[in-house]
Design a protein around this ligand. Structure first.
Ligand SMILES: *[C@@H]1O[C@H](CO)[C@@H](O)[C@H](O)[C@H]1NC(C)=O
Ligand SMILES: *[C@@H]1O[C@H](CO)[C@@H](O)[C@H](O)[C@H]1NC(C)=O
Ligand SMILES: *[C@@H]1O[C@H](CO)[C@@H](O)[C@H](O)[C@H]1NC(C)=O
Ligand SMILES: *[C@@H]1O[C@H](CO)[C@@H](O)[C@H](O)[C@H]1NC(C)=O
Ligand SMILES: *[C@@H]1O[C@H](CO)[C@@H](O)[C@H](O)[C@H]1NC(C)=O
Ligand SMILES: *[C@@H]1O[C@H](CO)[C@@H](O)[C@H](O)[C@H]1NC(C)=O
Ligand SMILES: *[C@@H]1O[C@H](CO)[C@@H](O)[C@H](O)[C@H]1NC(C)=O
Ligand SMILES: *[C@@H]1O[C@H](CO)[C@@H](O)[C@H](O)[C@H]1NC(C)=O
Ligand SMILES: *[C@@H]1O[C@H](CO)[C@@H](O)[C@H](O)[C@H]1NC(C)=O
Ligand SMILES: *[C@@H]1O[C@H](CO)[C@@H](O)[C@H](O)[C@H]1NC(C)=O
Ligand SMILES: *[C@@H]1O[C@H](CO)[C@@H](O)[C@H](O)[C@H]1NC(C)=O
Length: 679
């Protein structure tokens, strides 16, 4: 950047990057940090064309001079996006409903499961049309008398917005069930963008997750691996990606970290980005993992799915249950530079644009009355403190706590909740939090604190009305704790990331994740357990072992010959001194993930029947197979009477007893043995 000739640079950048670079210009020139749209109002009339709408029999075209979007009428799919000399950023060799569409996965009540239905509108309406903005609606209405004819019982109103001087378009949808409609389960709701295959080869998900991607054709020429979607690229057009594993789940992200992702074309240098300025309409809280972009080239906007959680997260609607939810708006942002040598700037610029979008949330230009503006929303603030007398006699600040409002429910229910809106923030170092822009409604306040086990929930229902500001003051979370810590393994942070994550089999690597902070996204790590613990299972000795090296990140079965899998039993060895006979010990066992698994816990007797404790058969989050380092969180506070322990050496046996296949297992988050109270 230092060597750039700025005056020349500005001219060309203003010319080609359009809006966003103008913003930098004004930011730098006027030291004005005002958000995008206000700055634009200064330049609006002079610099940019009016937004124009052309309606045809089967198509609608919206053009703001920067881009042109072509939509099918009345379906409401995106047929084309013309931008920067590319006649269509989407793959126009695909069918018309296979370029830019929304789909829903649903189960027929007592019938077929996993039906994938593309949303197709039946009615087109111009909501707004003036020189600064066009908003269009493509809606479908479910008809009770067509019940049983195979369409998901939902009304869907899909919206598209183009504005003057904005290099992209906004899209959102209002999903609704009217009272009296039949029951249904929804498993996934998403918007899909299939980009032009011969243009988009480079994918960017974050500063350190970017790469040249294989093509769809490469995947078709590949060798299938042990879990659906994972392939070994044996025959690729680009030799640079040959020999690697590809799996779209390697590119998953927690929704809190997925505010922008997309693709870069080098010829001409153009970026296509999905910007998600808010998590309020996504499901299951900030740590829910979703797919982002993947081979295709495909870019997704995942609104709801069962990924990394399983059926627990399906939206289950009872007979007659009414519902309404607005998904989005999201922003499809386009940018360009004049030289492909500057293509990295496209990503940098997209992240800056993302910040501007986040700052302008909630958007004030949507026309649907179902999307409340900032003054129709409320604020909840407070301070989260922790009482744990074994750490500190005084209250402790809930440092960096995740604090959120979600539908009233049980403790921790937010991680399985998807029908409502959720509003999350992270507290400061002293536990102070402010949750802004909360939609009117009834909520419970939930929280969890990195470094602390368990879940906080405040039992008071919180009702938000337009403009309300609720100050909760100090809230005290008392995490599960029965006695002093005798030892602990790991960090209570709801992931297994701190444990030992092996290198992949070198012939099954994704080079992006070699020596990467997310190396757990490599394929096949489950099988490395048998390589490391060939004959004897993991033994962890307190005060000797180091969980970063000696605690395998996933408690999996031992692969014997790719057909037979053997249950494994891990041991924790520790010494106890001054055994306390009056009172129970407690094992705090926190799981970061469970997939068709059962953990049996035995104290000093590997063959005790039944086990002293069992989780029972739990979990369908598939996080092991899908390279997530966590799925859903489970916490067990296990009472163990003192007669189960010995003075001196003790062993706790952890057996994962379900051994049908290689993907069954758990990931531990954290384990802690507590002595009897007061000791
Ligand atoms: C519902 O579907 C039936 C049969 O297909 C049709 O006769 C009726 O007009 C439809 N009603 C509405 C409101 O679209
Ligand atoms: C590799 O892919 C090309 C193009 O699809 C095909 O013609 C060729 O037979 C493949 N080679 C092998 C060894 O599979
Ligand atoms: C881009 O980089 C190449 C190789 O470094 C160089 O030859 C070329 O002149 C550069 N193009 C521009 C427009 O800067
Ligand atoms: C809309 O929000 C932007 C900031 O995001 C602000 O500059 C603008 O004045 C707002 N417009 C209206 C009509 O409130
Ligand atoms: C809170 O709201 C839920 C759902 O609306 C309701 O079931 C529950 O009884 C309420 N709890 C209290 C303490 O008012
Ligand atoms: C819940 O919030 C109310 C209102 O701020 C507060 O008085 C109460 O102590 C809180 N309950 C818990 C368990 O923190
Ligand atoms: C990780 O980096 C080290 C040191 O640079 C290197 O020796 C090792 O081969 C790398 N591992 C992988 C999987 O690339
Ligand atoms: C399973 O099959 C793969 C691929 O054929 C092979 O490389 C691996 O060694 C097998 N693993 C075991 C434990 O047999
Ligand atoms: C671990 O080491 C510390 C310090 O030497 C000692 O106090 C403690 O009892 C040991 N704990 C176990 C479980 O061996
Ligand atoms: C100790 O644990 C046993 C078994 O879980 C339980 O029945 C008993 O109530 C506990 N005793 C105390 C003092 O907590
Ligand atoms: C406890 O186990 C350690 C090794 O793990 C051993 O050195 C020691 O002798 C044992 N102590 C007793 C009392 O058995």
């Amino acid at each position: 950047m230092e060597k750039v000739n700025w005056s020349r640079h500005w001219l060309s950048l203003v010319g080609c990057l359009g809006v966003n670079l103008l913003v930098y210009f004004f930011l730098i020139d006027c030291s004005d940090k005002a958000p995008l749209r206000r700055i634009l109002s200064n330049v609006k009339d002079k610099e940019f064309s009016d937004v124009k709408l052309y309606t045809h029999h089967q198509q609608v075209v919206v053009d703001n001079g920067l881009l042109q979007v072509i939509l099918s009428r009345p379906d409401g799919d995106v047929l084309g996006i013309k931008y920067n000399g590319i006649s269509n950023l989407l793959e126009d060799r695909n069918e018309k409903d296979d370029r830019g569409y929304w789909d829903v996965v649903w189960n027929q009540p007592d019938g077929r499961e996993g039906i994938v239905e593309r949303i197709a509108g039946t009615k087109f309406k111009i909501v707004t049309e003036h020189k600064d903005q066009v908003e269009l609606s493509f809606s479908k209405t479910w008809n009770v008398s067509s019940h049983g004819k195979g369409s998901v019982p939902l009304n869907v109103d899909r919206r598209y917005i183009l504005q003057r001087g904005i290099s992209g378009y906004y899209t959102y949808a209002i999903f609704e069930r009217v009272e009296g409609w039949p029951k249904v389960d929804l498993g996934q709701i998403r918007a899909v963008f299939k980009l032009k295959k011969d243009k988009f080869h480079y994918m960017a998900l974050s500063d350190d997750k970017q790469r040249i991607m294989p093509t769809q054709k490469d995947r078709e020429n590949s060798q299938a691996l042990a879990y659906p979607e994972a392939v070994l690229l044996t025959n690729t057009t680009n030799p640079r990606v040959r020999g690697e594993v590809d799996d779209k789940y390697q590119y998953s992200s927690e929704v809190k970290d997925d505010k922008v992702h997309g693709w870069i074309s080098l010829d001409p240098p153009v970026g296509f980005w999905i910007i998600t300025p808010s998590e309020e309409f996504r499901s299951a809280g900030p740590t829910k993992q979703e797919l982002t972009s993947h081979v295709g080239p495909t870019a997704l906007s995942m609104f709801m799915s069962t990924h990394y959680s399983g059926k627990d997260l399906e939206m289950k609607f009872e007979d007659r249950e009414p519902w309404k939810k607005v998904f989005g708006p999201i922003f499809v942002y386009l940018n360009s530079v004049s030289s492909k040598n500057d293509s990295q700037k496209l990503w940098e610029d997209a992240t800056k644009q993302m910040s501007l979008e986040v700052d302008s949330w909630p958007y004030n230009f949507t026309e649907s009355s179902d999307f409340p503006s900032v003054d129709q929303r409320g604020i909840v603030s407070g301070q989260l403190l922790i009482r744990d007398q074994y750490i500190n006699k005084r209250l402790i600040w809930g440092r960096s706590a995740y604090v959120g409002l979600a539908t009233p429910g049980e403790v921790g229910s937010w991680q399985r909740e998807s029908k409502g809106y959720q509003f999350w923030t992270q507290a400061d170092n002293e536990g102070h939090f402010v949750i802004k822009n909360v939609r009117p409604g009834d909520y419970n306040l939930y929280a969890w604190v990195p470094g602390v086990i368990g879940d906080y929930k405040n039992d008071t229902n919180i009702t938000i009305k337009p403009g309300w500001e609720i100050k909760l003051g100090a809230l005290v979370y008392e995490p599960p704790r029965h006695g002093p810590t005798l030892w602990e393994i790991g960090i209570p942070d709801r992931t297994a990331a701190e444990f030992y994550v092996p290198d992949p089999n070198p012939s099954l690597a994704n080079r992006l994740y070699n020596n990467h902070s997310e190396k757990f996204r490599q394929y096949g790590l489950w099988d490395r357990y048998a390589d490391l613990y060939h004959d004897e299972d993991l033994i962890y000795t307190i005060n000797v072992s180091d969980y970063r090296k000696d605690w395998f990140f996933a408690h999996v079965n031992r692969n014997i010959n790719n057909r037979t899998y053997e249950s494994t039993t891990w041991q924790i060895k520790f010494e106890l001194h001054n055994l306390n006979k009056n009172g129970n010990y407690t094992l705090q066992l926190a799981l970061a993930s469970a997939s068709a698994a059962e953990v049996q816990v035995r104290f000093n007797d590997a063959s005790a029947q039944p086990a002293h404790f069992s989780t029972g058969f739990i979990g369908r989050d598939n996080a092991i197979a899908r390279h997530g380092i966590h799925g859903l969180y489970w916490l067990y506070s296990i009472d163990a009477t003192s007669n189960l322990f010995h003075e001196g050496n003790n062993t706790i046996y952890l057996r994962q007893s379900r051994s049908g296949n290689t993907f069954q297992g758990v990931m531990y988050d954290y384990l802690r043995l507590e002595g009897p109270p007061g000791a």
